[in-house]
Design a protein around this ligand. Structure first.
Ligand code: COD
Length: 311
């Protein structure tokens, strides 16, 4: 029987426990889309927000948007850098179980999280995972890493893959189909990305990634189009039905993600995996839908983390 795939973000909300809202700190929360997402997540009893940043702007937006003032804590910060550090400090003290990036540059936010003082690292590599709801696509599509690791080497790619596969399994996708993207399905020594993809697919054949189906190098068309696979006469276990698109570099991942959003009208949720708590990392320009969906995945990841710790 075919494994069931989540088809939409609303199905993710259906999986979220209705008890124990997730305390969440938002760095540089002075942003309308962030606060609109916070409002809806509050209405769904999913979170307890700590809003850090420019407090007069945050207070004005809260009032304008209609967020009940007694359901949020506002913490003033003088700079974006300070707001990232305060957000990370709350996580370190155990006051929150998730950090969210607001109106702040990604690198600045991540430097707060990675700061040694806060012990939010697990000894694992942190990596970014995007999750897309794309009109006309029958399943959610995953993509990594278009947001964090700049020039991953083979060992780092291995860790990025393990982070993503582990997360997808927690969502019930036991045999994720992973396409290791490149410009060509042939290994070409002049394209190092194809060599790395081949090495990773060899590891997969030896069982390194468990039940995940990992294939590469594969160009995007062979990853997501059955017609392209048939037309090119390729034998592929993925057969145009990849769940996870694995980008060889941050540029490929980032540009592909924005292409799905801007050309394909997709909505992108964004998380950083591998830290002690889930992190929400979307682009500052992302829509309110994208921020709300990201909160849903963080809430789900948090409940899964609790279950793992208890088992
Ligand atoms: N996982 C775990 N630890 C890490 C990671 C990681 N992925 N990256 C760095 N560290 C640790 C290092 O071991 C070190 O101890 C400390 O963090 C600082 O490492 P540096 O000096 O290499 O890192 P920084 O501070 O120069 O940069 C880390 C960033 C994550 C900020 C950097 O990789 C970055 O800017 N990434 C791209 C973010 C971005 O622009 N994304 C696109 C938009 S969403």
């Amino acid at each position: 029987m075919a494994e069931k795939r989540l088809a939409s973000f609303s199905e993710v909300w259906d999986c979220i426990p209705k008890t124990n809202p997730l305390p969440i700190s938002v760095a540089a929360a002075q942003d309308r889309n962030v606060l609109m997402a916070i409002k809806v997540a509050l209405q769904r009893d999913a979170i307890l927000p700590y809003l850090i940043g420019n407090s007069s702007k945050i207070e004005a937006l809260i009032e304008e948007i209609g967020i009940p003032r007694d359901r949020v804590v506002v913490i003033p910060a003088q700079t974006d850098e300070q707001s990232a550090y305060l957000a990370a400090e709350l996580a370190q003290r155990g006051a929150v179980g998730c950090l969210m990036k607001g109106m702040i540059n990604s690198s600045l936010f991540l430097k707060g999280v990675l700061h040694r003082d806060f012990h939010l690292r697990n000894g694992q590599l942190l990596s970014h995972l995007s999750i897309f709801e794309v009109p006309g696509f029958s399943r959610l599509l995953f993509l990594s890493d278009g947001g964090l690791n700049i020039h991953p080497n083979l060992a780092e790619k291995d860790s990025i893959l393990l982070n993503a596969i582990d997360f997808m399994r927690r969502l019930g996708i036991d045999t994720p189909k992973v396409a290791l993207l490149a410009a060509n399905e042939q290994v070409n020594e002049k394209m190092p990305e194809t060599l790395d993809a081949w090495q990773l697919s060899q590891r997969a054949q030896q069982g390194h990634f468990g039940s995940a189906v990992v294939e590469g190098p594969l160009p995007l068309d062979l990853a997501i189009s059955k017609e392209a696979v048939a037309h090119k006469g390729i034998t592929s276990k993925i057969n145009g039905e990849a769940d996870l698109l694995f980008a060889p570099t941050i540029e490929v991942g980032n540009v592909l993600g924005k292409a799905i959003t801007y050309f394909g009208n997709g909505v992108m949720a964004g998380l950083v995996l591998g830290a002690k708590v889930p992190l929400i990392l979307t682009s500052r320009a992302d829509s309110y839908d994208a921020k709300l969906a990201s909160i849903a995945f963080a809430r789900l990841a948090f409940s899964q983390l609790l279950m793992t710790e208890r088992s």
